[in-house]
Ligand binder design. Structure first.
Ligand code: NAD
Length: 439
């Protein structure tokens, strides 16, 4: 592999072989704000640094990207630190298949940037980052022992970063995996509740989605949820409780869909006396987007709002928990706006997942006011208030909602932590100066 294209287009596992041949166990790319360039830890990897710094789509002056090849199971493990002005970079670790190194790097950078925005918009004193592990097809990831080892290795890697990134659970990672991460590092949240973790975030997440819906109705002068019809895609950990919360608000009817028939039947059985019309659908079925409803709520997977589905929507509000709902963040934000549909950005509506776990180290209080204020109507950073603020600004400036929310989040992300300042950058500088992380 002697040029940038070779490395970028290769499968992560071939890249791992290349790193082994070169004797590289750990490596990094760190941003130099003075020269506005990414510096690589190893000259052989400088072409990748150049790709990263010149990428306008996913790169946004990420402070540092750190990697290791896991010692035992040859898995590429990474920590993408985007911005640490508000505090340590926080965001979960994803365990996923990536066809190429480019896909892997892009996903990490994009997700890390998204966490900066989600955390800043929630008023949390955290920066943004993301962990990403590329699945090694050679290893049996369902094997409990292998998995435990792999996640412990990830935890040890996170320890080597001296606290500039604090990891958490994400797609492909379970609570059990997080306990294995915790055996290798203190820099993690989302650990099991038996060892002091905050437990399942799905119920607070569903409550947060309700707040986003209420704000959108308020903005449109349509009152509250009473008497409304809501369409829900995905009846899982968030979608299921969401149905219950919406019935508590006296909605008229809920239309709900999932690809899992057993789940549809289980959830339906919980609401025998309510007007819940639930059905199993094929994964690629887009007809649900055309359902007659006041609000459409995506709670399944990403990229569901795209040029095929947006023109089908009858609902004038879209508000759900699914991450990365827009297939293309700019194109589809604009399309929703042009269709006169109020899109409540996912990173605003689904913030309670991270809010619930972010401050585990500060302990727990019943009906915790620090959590509950996000769900109240009056706190300036609450989901309700922030949604109203975004919708009003979108209207007054003729600008799509996600763009407005991103601008607001980017501004907030540059406010310095009141006690620790921009310490993450100091930690990264210290890692580079000492070289200890590479050892
Ligand atoms: P989940 O896996 O429990 O539920 C998702 C459900 O969607 C599953 O039941 C699945 O069968 C269904 N589904 C998948 N594809 C579908 C399709 N095409 N049509 C209809 N149903 C489909 O996940 P979850 O924890 O409920 O999370 C839902 C979404 O919200 C995810 O995108 C997740 O990343 C995001 N999110 C969740 C939380 C949380 O606290 N759980 C927090 C923030 C964001």
């Amino acid at each position: 592999m002697n040029n940038k294209t070779d490395i970028l287009q290769t499968h992560p596992q071939e890249f791992v072989c290349f790193l082994r041949e070169e004797g590289i166990k750990r490596f990094y790319f760190v941003y130099n704000p003075q020269t506005q360039t990414m510096q690589s830890s190893h000259p052989q990897l400088q072409p990748l640094a150049e790709f990263i710094q010149s990428d306008p789509r996913d790169f946004m002056q990420h402070e540092g990207l750190f990697f290791q090849v896991s010692p035992e199971y040859d898995t590429l493990q990474g920590a993408f630190v985007h911005r640490t002005v508000r505090g340590q970079a926080a965001g979960g670790v994803r365990y996923w298949d990536y066809p190429t190194v480019e896909d892997y790097l892009r996903d990490g950078m994009r997700l890390a940037k998204g966490m900066t925005r989600k955390n800043a918009l929630a008023g949390l004193w955290w920066g943004g980052g993301k962990g990403v592990m590329a699945r090694n097809p050679e290893i049996e990831t369902a094997d409990e022992d292998i998995r435990a080892y792999l996640y412990r290795e990830y935890g040890e890697f996170i320890s080597s970063l001296q606290g500039c990134y604090v990891t958490a659970e994400d797609v492909g990672t379970s609570v059990k995996d997080m306990s294995d991460v915790f055996s290798g590092t203190r820099f993690t949240t989302c650990i099991p509740s038996v060892v002091g973790g905050s437990g399942n975030p799905s119920v607070p997440t569903a409550r947060g989605v309700v707040c986003g819906m209420e704000a959108a109705l308020d903005f449109l002068d349509q009152g509250d949820l009473e008497g409304k019809t809501i369409g829900i895609q995905g009846m899982g950990n968030v979608g299921g409780p969401l149905i219950g919360f919406l019935f508590e608000k006296n909605v008229k009817q809920i239309l709900a869909w999932d690809i899992d028939l057993d789940l549809v039947n289980q959830v339906t059985a919980k609401f025998p006396d309510k007007k819940l019309e639930a059905g199993a659908v094929a994964r690629e079925d887009t007809s649900i987007f055309a359902a007659e409803c006041d609000i459409f709520s995506p709670n399944a997977t990403g990229a569901v709002l795209n040029p095929t589905t947006i023109p089908l929507l009858k609902a004038k509000i879209v508000c759900g928990a699914a991450n990365n709902q827009l297939e293309d963040p700019v194109r589809d934000d604009l399309a929703l706006f042009q269709h006169n549909i109020r899109y409540i950005p996912d990173f605003l509506a689904n913030r309670m997942g991270i809010v619930n776990a972010a401050n585990e180290q500060y302990g727990y209080v019943k009906d915790d006011p620090l959590l509950e204020r996000h769900l109240h109507k009056d706190w300036e950073h609450s989901i309700f208030q922030t949604t109203l603020q975004v919708l009003r600004k979108s209207c007054s400036t003729d600008t799509p909602t996600a763009e407005i929310a991103m601008r607001l989040a980017d501004r907030l992300s540059l406010e310095s932590h009141p006690i620790f300042g921009h310490r993450g950058r100091q930690i990264i500088a210290s890692l580079v100066a000492e070289g200890s992380h590479l050892a």
